[in-house]
Structure formats: structure tokens, C-alpha cells
Design a protein. Structure first.
Length: 583
């Protein structure tokens, strides 16, 4: 049974429903339709009643990225509140990121008033005719799990409860709710607060024992097993049994660039690309992956046995998802992996154990060589100017501790980040699950709000820094005392689209021969230091490789003292072993 709370207006009912669902933050960009909610929050604060805190988001992209960052750290959906159709349009690609990253968010927007008459409070302004759409939800429909417009305050509690339940049920994702002005300003007596425990997220599936047994047998008979993980580390309970399983089998584990799925110091850690191993593997276990490999780069041999484990293994939101699988299992990996680990250890014969042990030793040597090569790559770049990204990331790694969360949006320099930045502890490393650039700064803000005791570093490419709404993000970081460090990998260009031209047309292209790279150069590079200082952040440009270790130490000091900081590091344009030369 729920309970009724006294409230005077629909907007206050909305706030009480957020309270009931323990929403900590509303990331708001207001408009002519959100004022009843703003007024309700002011009233609650004056009256000493609980209300989510408000983060004024000076761009909607930042609002969504911050809610993304908050969810990825806590697993709890927050609210993004924007202005009618135009605000929703501005959320833009940040919603794509939330959808592809399985991030629970309650996205809300007002709409132009239904009525042409004056509302009870407020006014029907002239621009409201322009803001009404035939189908406002169509702006976001393809990116959300569910959408709805509240039709009556008599069931606003049901609508909001369903929104929370859907956003936080696996696979998690954003949902969208339209809040009509007439309802927010409507006088009401109270709001029914549902018993939240009766609307909890869906319990996740545990695969049948028969399937666990089948996969265990496949692995125990394998000559060359390979494990590929996507974002299984979002559930920290997967990590210890995955370590134990990989060690027992002597099976290499490839991890994605999104999460700590497997400790990088472990001897079975195989890096972040399946390409070097895929063609030799006879059994491939794919866990929680949207895209396990790119078939144009490498693919499993035709007689390899392939297992996919995912809570949503068919990926219905990806129109063509045609990865072959001998066994396609719908299961929560935090339940499946421990069961598989247990089964493998129960069934392993002494002969199999000996084979796994020798495989373990053989792969340990591969791991050691890989690490030594990576180290050499960093050392080789130590004196290079412009700064080598491998050496830069090596220095960042030296400055980290276990209390630091690293958030990356490093585009073509992601291989350097992944090679040099070692993360062992779950929840200390995140990447964007989607592809819309401009995520890193907002995500860092959300992560800092979610874990004020941690130090947050975001490593972003120069293009991403600009897309990432630096003024709104740094302003919010400073205003809401949520400081983080930004390291800009400034290659003064869009290296990725340049690489695409190079791959497509080769050295004989007009672009290559003339040096006319159209739509690529960000030169002169904007003065990111001045932008940072304009937002009460510390800013420093670093061009000398030898200066960077001291620069990051100083910048971290600044951040720990409560001020955001930005290091604009000028790096090589086309480094060795970049995204386009990956193995
Ligand atoms: C919102 C958005 N717009 C455009 C793109 C296409 N795009 C992919 S990579 C890239 C260039 C990124 O440049 P930068 O952030 O400097 O990284 P670099 O390629 O230099 O490593 C662009 C424009 C995108 N993914 N997202
Ligand atoms: Mg760039």
C-alpha cells in the first residue's frame, strides 16, 4: 500500500514522486513550461522539505551527460528536465549515449499548453504556438525504452513509477515523460506515493544449469578459449569469478574500453582488442558486448564455437545484429559467471587441469611481452615533442591512485589510454557506451556529484572538449563544488575523420597528395586555458614533455582543493600505434 502526501499542485506531486524514488539531482535547463517545478522546489526548500538538488545545466547535452555519469557510478536514475521541443532537440546525441550505454535516466520535458486560454498561474505566451509539435515524443522515441505523456494528476504516480521501473530494469536505459503545464499548475489535495518496493526493477535471469553445464564442457574441451567482455564490470560481482575462471582455464580475457571488467595486472588480461586472438580461438565466450568484434578486421574461424551471454542477447534496438552464436544465453552475467566458474572447477579432470595450466603459463608470457612492448612505447616517446600520447598516458597513470576515477573520451588516442592506464578496481574507469562526442565533461561532473570523495580525471580529445560544452560543464563544476581534472589530448584536429579518408583513398588520394585535408584541422587551436579561466577553473597549456609530470601533480592539487582544472596538452598528430594501426 502506498501513502498519500499533502501537496497543493501537480508540480509538487512530481517532486514528491522523485523524493520517493530517491532522486538526488534534477539536471535542469528551464523554459516557459518548467516554472511550476522551479517554484515547487523553492517552496519545499523554504519549508524544509526534501527535494532533489538542482543543477542548472547551461546546455541540455551537459544535463544528459551528467545524469549519465551519475547513473554509471551509482546505478540510480536521475532526472533531466528540459524545455519543450527545443530543449529535447538540444539533448541530442547525449541521449544516444545513454541508450547505447544502458544508462537509466528519466528525461522530462514540458509541452506548449493544451489550452488556448490563460492558465491558472502564468501566461499563454505568443511563442507557445511555435513550440507545439504534432508529435513531440517523436524527437526521442527511437532512443528511449518507453515514453508517455501524463494525462491526469490522478495517475501521475503511476506514470512516474513506471518510468523509474523501466529505466532501472535491465537492460537499463532512458525513458521520456511529457509534463503538461495544465497538470503541473493544477491545484490538487495530495499525491498517492506508491509503495516503491512493489514496483522494483525486474529481477534478472539466471541461466538454466543445463546451459551452464554446456558452456563449461565447451570450455573444458577447448584448445584455445577466448573470453571477450563488453561492460560486465558494471556489476562488480562478475570480476572475482571471471578472474578465477580465466586463471583456471588459462583463457585470455579481452576487455572493452567502457569499464573495468578484468584487472589489467592479471596474467590473463589480453588487452582491449580481440583482433590478435580471434582467428586462433576455437571457443569464444562473449559477455555483455554490444559489438564483440568488427568482422572486417577479424572474426572467429568458421568452426569455432561461440557463446554469447547477455541480459539482452538479441539487441533489438540495433537493427542488424547478426553475430553468429552456437549458444545464445539470456542471463545476468553476475549470476552466470559464478555458476560457470563453479561448474568448471567441479568438472575439470586432472588431464584438463594440466592442459589449462600449460596454457596459463604460455599466455602469461604473451601478457608479459605485451606489457613490456607497451612500456617501451611509452618510454620511447618520453622526449618527443609534440608530446607522445603513450608517454602522456603513462605519466597520467603514475599520478593516479585507487581513489581516482578515470573517464575517457579519447577517440583516436584511446589505444594509448588503454595501453598505459592501468585500472584494477571496479568502478574506477569509464568510457561512453555510445558514439556521440561531447560526453566526457558532463559525465565527469555527474561522476563527481555521485562520489564527492573521489578524484575524477577525464581525458578528452580536443574536438570532444569543444563538443562537451566546456563553459556549462566547468561553470557547473565550479558553482556546484564538483571539481574534476580535464586532460585535453590536443592534436589540433579531427584525427578520426582524417584516418577515415586515409583508409578509404590511400596515399594516392587528392587529399594525401595535396595535403588538403578538408574539414579536419582545428588550427589555430582555441585558447582552452582562457576558456577554463573564464569559468573559474585552473587552466594550463603543456607543450614540453618534461613538464607534464609536474603539471598534472599541480593540477590534481588544485582539483583536490576544490577547483576544476584543465590541462591542454599538445600531442602528436599521427602517433605510432594509433587507432588506425591497431592489431
Ligand atoms: C556529436 C558527434 N558529431 C560528429 C561525430 C563524428 N566524429 C567522430 S570522431 C570525430 C572527430 C573527433 O575529433 P577529436 O575529438 O579531436 O578526436 P581525434 O579524432 O582528434 O582523436 C568526429 C567529428 C560524432 N561521433 N559525434
Ligand atoms: Mg583531435
Amino acid at each position: 500500500m502506498g501513502k498519500t502526501l499533502p501537496v497543493e499542485y501537480g508540480a509538487e506531486a512530481f517532486i514528491e514522486l522523485l523524493n520517493a524514488n530517491q532522486v538526488d539531482y534534477i539536471f535542469i535547463n528551464p523554459g516557459s513550461d518548467t516554472y511550476p517545478i522551479q517554484e515547487a522546489i523553492a517552496k519545499f526548500k523554504v519549508q524544509g522539505r526534501r527535494t532533489p538538488e538542482v543543477v542548472l545545466s547551461l546546455h541540455e547535452t551537459m544535463a544528459m551527460a551528467a545524469a549519465h555519469g551519475y547513473f554509471m557510478v551509482t546505478g540510480r536514475p536521475q532526472v533531466v528536465l528540459v524545455h519543450v521541443d527545443v530543449g529535447l532537440q538540444n539533448v541530442g546525441g547525449a541521449l544516444h549515449n545513454a541508450q547505447r550505454g544502458h544508462i537509466g535516466v528519466i528525461l522530462c520535458a514540458g509541452r506548449a499548453p493544451w489550452l488556448l486560454e490563460e492558465p491558472d498561474q502564468g501566461e499563454r505566451w505568443e511563442f507557445m504556438w511555435l513550440q507545439e509539435r504534432l508529435d513531440q515524443a517523436s524527437i526521442v522515441r527511437d532512443y528511449v525504452k518507453w515514453y508517455y505523456e501524463v494525462h491526469s494528476n490522478r495517475n501521475i504516480h503511476r506514470v512516474m513509477q513506471r518510468a523509474f521501473q523501466l529505466a532501472s530494469s535491465e537492460p537499463c536505459g532512458p525513458v521520456y515523460v511529457t509534463l503538461p503545464l495544465e497538470l503541473l499548475t493544477e491545484k490538487i489535495d495530495g499525491v498517492l506515493i506508491p509503495d516503491v518496493s512493489k514496483h522494483s526493477p525486474l529481477s534478472t535471469p539466471q541461466a538454466e544449469d543445463k546451459l551452464v553445464n554446456q558452456v563449461a564442457d565447451m570450455l573444458l574441451h577447448a584448445q584455445n578459449p577466448l573470453i571477450i567482455t563488453g561492460d560486465s564490470g558494471r556489476r562488480p560481482a562478475t570480476i572475482a569469478p571471471l578472474v578465477s575462471l580465466a586463471e583456471a582455464l588459462g583463457a585470455p580475457v579481452v576487455t572493452s574500453r567502457y569499464r573495468v571488467n578484468f584487472p589489467s595486472s592479471n596474467q590473463m588480461f589480453a588487452g582491449n582488442s580481440p583482433n590478435p586472438y580471434l582467428e586462433d580461438a576455437d571457443v569464444v565466450v562473449v559477455i555483455d558486448c554490444e559489438v564483440p568484434y568488427a568482422p572486417t578486421q577479424s572474426k572467429p574461424k568458421t568452426n569455432a564455437k561461440i557463446v554469447h551471454i547477455d541480459v539482452d542477447p538479441l539487441k533489438p534496438t540495433i537493427p542488424m545484429w547478426n553475430f553468429p552464436a552456437d549458444v545464445l544465453i539470456q542471463a545476468d552475467s553476475s549470476k552466470f559467471i559464478p555458476a560457470l566458474n563453479q561448474k568448471v572447477s567441479e568438472k575439470m579432470t586432472p588431464k584438463q587441469r594440466a592442459r589449462c595450466q600449460s596454457r596459463y603459463e604460455a599466455f602469461s608470457s604473451v601478457h608479459k611481452k605485451m606489457k613490456a612492448d607497451w612500456h617501451r612505447l611509452a618510454e620511447k616517446g618520453a622526449e618527443r615533442k609534440p608530446i607522445s600520447p603513450d608517454w602522456l598516458c603513462y605519466c597520467i597513470n603514475e599520478a593516479l591512485n585507487d581513489n581516482t576515477i578515470v573517464i575517457i573520451e579519447s577517440v583516436t588516442n584511446t589505444p594509448s589510454v588503454l595501453r598505459q592506464i592501468r585500472r584494477e578496481i571496479p568502478g574506477t574507469f569509464y568510457g561512453n557506451g555510445g558514439t556521440s562526442l561531447g560526453w566526457g565533461l558532463g559525465a565527469a561532473l555527474g561522476a563527481k556529484l555521485a562520489s564527492p570523495e573521489k578524484t575524477i580525471i577525464t581525458i578528452v580529445a580536443d574536438g570532444c572538449f569543444i563538443y562537451g560544452c566546456p563553459i556549462p560543464s566547468l561553470w557547473a563544476a565550479s558553482t556546484y563544488k564538483a571539481p574534476f581534472l580535464v586532460v585535453i589530448l590536443n592534436n589540433k584536429q579531427y584525427q578520426f575523420p582524417k584516418g577515415i579518408i586515409q583508409k578509404a583513398y590511400g596515399d594516392e588520394s587528392y587529399s594525401a597528395k595535396s595535403g588538403l585535408w578538408i574539414g579536419i584541422d582545428i588550427e589555430p587551436s582555441p585558447n582552452y586555458t582562457l576558456i577554463s579561466e573564464a569559468c573559474q577553473a585552473y587552466g594550463r597549456r603543456v607543450e614540453e614533455p618534461s613538464e607534464f609530470p609536474a603539471a598534472i601533480r599541480d593540477a590534481l592539487e588544485v582539483v583536490r582543493s576544490g577547483k576544476p582544472a584543465v590541462l591542454d596538452v599538445i600531442i602528436e598528430k599521427e602517433p605510432e600505434a594509433s587507432y588506425f594501426s591497431r592489431g
